[in-house]
Design a protein around this ligand. Structure first.
Ligand code: ADP
Ligand code: F6P
Length: 329
């Protein structure tokens, strides 16, 4: 292993920059040449390759996003795209690749591994939907961003006795929605893992409206439906007396400077990825399991569904959060 490369792919997450920095610094420390591929798999196909050194990554630990930039690349899902990527990797004599991204990106990483390349993936997505790791890089920062924004909404909700619906990210996962419902003291989580019960939500709002706590907050995961659709369905019941307002948080959820947790997680996973490649590891993801960073084979973790943590579901139930009904399997 003489020359390695790193790329970021899919939706950016705060912590990607610290991860690139760690890969670069650890790679140089091990005597490797380190290259950066710009713009994800699209940049790989387009041969957008640049050398990385200690100076280029200096100061990046504070920045959200990814200075290498990222993309979604339909061409890479096809065989022709992957063959072109392998040609570019060969041309630059790249012996090992580190891919930082979500589920789709790591499927792409496995596709290259199956074509004979040594590839290590880092879970980089705010959704926390990757099986096999307790946390993904960027999740903690996104949670902290969401709770500070919802705390601000509480002030106006209380001033007007209103109910606020807050739509948060989470393409197929209610992780962000459930966790922030718990940590903001909100009343309802609308999450894809559980079936929404509109009748019960109306009862919760009515009870609150008649009490001293006459405002409420409902956190809706975008993976269930847009917040607008949720509001229409709730209104169709005709049982909600108070005014309801919607706030869609959108991409600000990805934009904060990485928290300590994410800087450390990204740094540890970046280092682990380099050590893995230099010790002959060929196709796996770095995973945080009970506070330790481990390697898990792509085949062991991809194509598996990550459910919500059972202890958080129990907690939500026991402190009176309304989050719907279990979906029968
Ligand atoms: P994320 O990595 O955040 O989940 P996407 O699902 O959009 O984001 O995937 C990012 C990119 O990874 C896609 O645009 C595509 O280039 C690549 N990719 C996704 N799925 C596959 C797959 N099954 N095989 C090969 N490449 C894939
Ligand atoms: O995969 C992470 C994520 O943040 C999802 O929660 C969201 O649905 C998606 O990315 C949106 O990404 P974009 O708008 O960049 O396509």
């Amino acid at each position: 292993m003489k020359r390695i490369a790193v790329l970021t792919s899919g939706g950016d997450s705060p912590g990607m920059n610290p991860a690139i920095r760690s890969v670069t610094r650890a790679g140089l420390h091990k005597g490797l040449e380190v290259l950066g591929i710009r713009n994800g798999y699209q940049g790989l196909i387009d041969d957008e390759v640049m050398p990385l050194d200690s100076h280029i990554v200096s100061g990046r630990i504070r920045d959200a996003g990814t200075f290498l930039q990222s993309s979604r690349c339909p061409e890479f899902v096809k065989e022709s795209g992957q063959l072109r990527a392998m040609e570019v990797l060969k041309k630059h004599r790249i012996d090992g690749l580190i891919v930082i991204g979500g589920d789709g990106s790591l499927n792409g990483a496995r596709a290259l591994h199956r074509r004979g390349l040594s590839v290590i993936g880092l879970p980089g997505t705010i959704d926390n939907d990757l099986f096999g790791t307790d946390m993904g890089i960027g999740v903690d920062t996104a949670l902290n961003t969401i709770i500070s924004l919802v705390d601000m909404i509480r002030a106006t909700a209380a001033s007007h006795r209103r109910c606020f619906v807050v739509e948060v990210m989470g393409r197929g996962s209610g992780y962000l929605a459930l966790m922030t419902t718990i940590s903001t003291g909100s009343q309802v989580a609308v999450i894809p893992e559980y079936r929404v019960n509109y009748e019960r939500i109306a009862q919760v709002l009515d009870r609150r409206f008649s009490s001293h706590h006459n405002n409420s907050v409902i956190i809706v995961a975008e993976g269930v439906c847009p917040g607008t659709v949720f509001m229409e369905r709730l209104a169709e019941l005709g049982k909600v007396r108070q005014e309801i307002r919607l706030t869609v948080l959108g991409h600000v959820q990805r934009g904060a400077s990485p928290t300590h947790y994410d800087r450390l997680l990204a740094s540890r996973m970046g280092e682990m990825a380099v050590l893995a490649l230099t010790s002959g590891e060929k196709g796996s993801m770095t995973a945080a399991v009970n506070g330790k960073i481990q390697l898990r084979d792509f085949d062991e973790i991809l194509d598996k569904h990550k459910g919500l943590p059972a202890d958080s579901i129990r907690l939500a139930r026991n402190i009176g959060i309304e989050f719907g009904d279990a979906v029968e399997s």
